[in-house]
Design a protein around this ligand. Structure first.
Ligand code: ZN
Length: 384
């Protein structure tokens, strides 16, 4: 990124550019430029909640094709603490990842993990789930913490409600999220740290559209869609996600937070989403579930005990190039620590390869029919 040009014209820096639009869907291919490198979109962010993608080194991430990772402000603020990360040279240096980093604000974690939580207009007051220490965070604090971590893309504090949420509560939470977004914007940042707006509004498409319109009026360079896939039916997630994506201006990146399975990502890219994160590749990997183009494989099953074939013959990852299903099953049922590491590596490679292939199909203008075929293939495999 040419920061000299960005600084000369503060209103001009080009965060996002669209290079290709699929003729058969709303999918688009583009690039997000950050101070630590460019992210080709659509793309998937491996989840490094506590400053580490569990069991995977940054070198392995790079080899798997990761271009950006997601860390979590709440977790890092509680342990090891933002002071410590700052004195170690910032999060990039601390975790040994030189590429772009996006941090979630921790709003979701405050609402899901912290105890004795009090939410007021000022911010959130809670007890740490790590050591019980009492903490208070305002929307301004949350931006400042992310700036001190030194990350590239920041998320404002938002109010996340667990599903099911009635309309009145969803409306109040979305309104508060908007007021917090406005306060977050005021914190001085500089061009190298980009703040997205977060769309809330529960499962109510009209509330979501209204929330987008108000965020757009405030003028954010990118928009994250939060509070979906939190327990509602998948059909509901899809309908609300589609309506929300359509409301966000085409010139801004759209980030769908915390979603989802491979077949979901194929659908959401078709709606025009550009950025995703999800714990499934690593969490499911640790449980012996491996993603493939023919649906998920439970490597712990006895049927793999003598199988000399790799998990996925089409996969180029180190695990598939080197080991058989029989060996991976042996590791999983023996509780060997290499098992979850190789499974996570394969799953991340699969997700990143899925995104690469989506980008290639969008560039070729053949995304829609190809994605429909892959969804059918994965869902057929999952059913068997
Ligand atoms: Zn593999």
């Amino acid at each position: 990124m040419n920061t000299a040009t960005s600084r000369a014209e503060p209103s001009a820096p080009r965060l996002f550019s669209v290079d290709a639009v699929d003729p058969g869907s709303c999918a688009r291919g583009g690039r997000i430029a950050t101070a630590h490198g460019t992210v080709e979109t659509p793309n998937f962010m491996p989840v490094a909640t506590a400053g580490t993608v569990k069991g995977i080194t940054p070198a392995q991430l790079e080899e798997a094709g990761a271009q950006i990772v997601l860390a979590n402000t709440y977790h890092l603020a509680l342990r090891p603490g933002v002071d410590l990360v700052e004195t170690q040279g910032g999060l990039h240096r601390f975790m040994g990842w030189p590429g772009p980093i996006l941090t979630d604000s921790g709003g979701y974690q405050v609402f899901s993990l912290a105890s004795l939580r009090k939410v007021s207009e000022e911010g959130v007051d809670f007890r740490s789930h790590v050591d019980g220490a009492r903490l208070a965070l305002t929307p301004e604090d949350v931006v400042t913490l992310q700036l001190r971590l030194g990350v590239d893309i920041l998320m404002p504090l938002d109010e996340c409600l667990p599903a099911p949420v009635d309309r009145g509560d969803a409306e109040r939470a979305a309104a508060r999220t908007l007021r917090w977004a406005r306060r977050s914007q005021v914190v001085e940042r500089g061009d190298d740290h980009v703040l997205f707006g977060i769309v809330q509004g529960g499962v109510f498409a009209d509330l979501r559209r209204q929330c987008v319109a108000e965020l757009v009026a405030l003028g954010f360079p990118g928009y994250a869609v939060g509070g979906l896939s939190v327990g509602e039916a998948i059909e509901m997630t899809r309908d609300v996600a589609a309506a929300t994506a359509a409301a966000v201006p085409a010139g801004a990146p759209r980030y769908l937070m915390g979603v989802g399975r491979p077949e979901d990502l194929l659908r959401f890219v078709g709606m025009g989403y550009d950025l995703f994160d999800c714990v499934l590749p690593t969490r499911n990997g640790r449980n012996g579930m491996l993603f493939t183009w023919d649906g998920p494989v439970n490597i712990r099953l006895a049927r793999h005990a003598r199988d000399p074939e790799p998990v996925d013959a089409a996969c180029g990852c180190y695990a598939c190039r080197t080991f058989s299903r029989a060996y991976l099953r042996h590791l999983a049922v023996s509780g060997e620590m290499l098992g979850p590491q190789l499974a996570s590596l394969h799953n991340l490679y699969f997700y990143l390869d899925l995104m690469r292939q989506m980008r290639a199909r969008i560039a070729a203008g053949t995304f829609a029919s190809w994605a429909a075929q892959q969804i059918a293939r994965i869902e057929e495999g999952a059913a068997t």
